[in-house]
Design a protein around this ligand. Sequence first.
Ligand code: AP5
Ligand code: MG
Length: 225
Amino acid sequence: MTPGVRLILLGKQGAGKGTQCVRLSRHYVVPHIATGDMFRAAVKSGTEAGRLVKRYLDAGELVPDVIVMRVVADRLDQDDTKARGFVLDGFPRTVHQAEALAALLSPSDVDVVIDLEVPTGLVLQRLASRRVCSACGANYSLDSPPKFDWTCDVCGGEVVQRGDDTEVAIRRRLKLYEVATAPLVQWYLGRGQLEVVDGVGDADTVMARLVAVVDARRGIRAESP
Ligand code: AP5
Ligand code: MG
């Protein structure tokens, strides 16, 4: 394993971006940057930014690009991401955000953008079953609960249903994915940066597919002049 990789994981809500990005971040020893997690943490800590974004999260709406870009630019400017790279989860989510990211990283760029593909019927099942730690955000599901009484295996926090995993907010999030985020797949395809990975199967199987694709791309990058 060699550190120093810059990845973007795209995929519908419930595709398994968070689940796989935690693993990819450990595997490649790079920070996991998840805009949704950052916004939920801001809401929880009651900061002004948190108060600003709460209504968007609760409704399943996209947070305005200007706020998102400020948060991401600050994070990408930190020493760990500059030195080691990153895995981006939930960002970019619009073509405008992708253009802003490309400008931020220029003249360099990300190594690969992966579209984690899962049918809508399956993501709906996964979201209905998802439970998360209210303290550290670790992911569980009704099929894969914590070991003891909905208490987080990692930090001992209470494991609950996420606030935006309501039927109305899920419907809105999936609609926005089709309208605002799906065009990103075409945008990255046009730039020759896209790989599509099948996200159906158990988490270990999906992770093995992701690592194979990332390592193949890094091989391509190493061979290019
Ligand atoms: P965010 O937190 O990013 O939520 P999301 O996009 O709705 O995606 P999810 O986190 O629901 O899905 P996931 O793909 O991570 O799935 P997971 O791994 O949990 O964003 C939340 C909100 O923040 C947005 O709605 C928006 O308001 C705002 N926001 C964030 N970024 C923004 C941006 N860039 N611009 C504007 N607004 C932004 O998996 C789901 C479930 O499936 C889990 O229970 C998991 O255990 C299970 N599972 C995962 N993989 C498998 C598998 N292989 N087999 C079986 N079960 C599995
Ligand atoms: Mg997530």
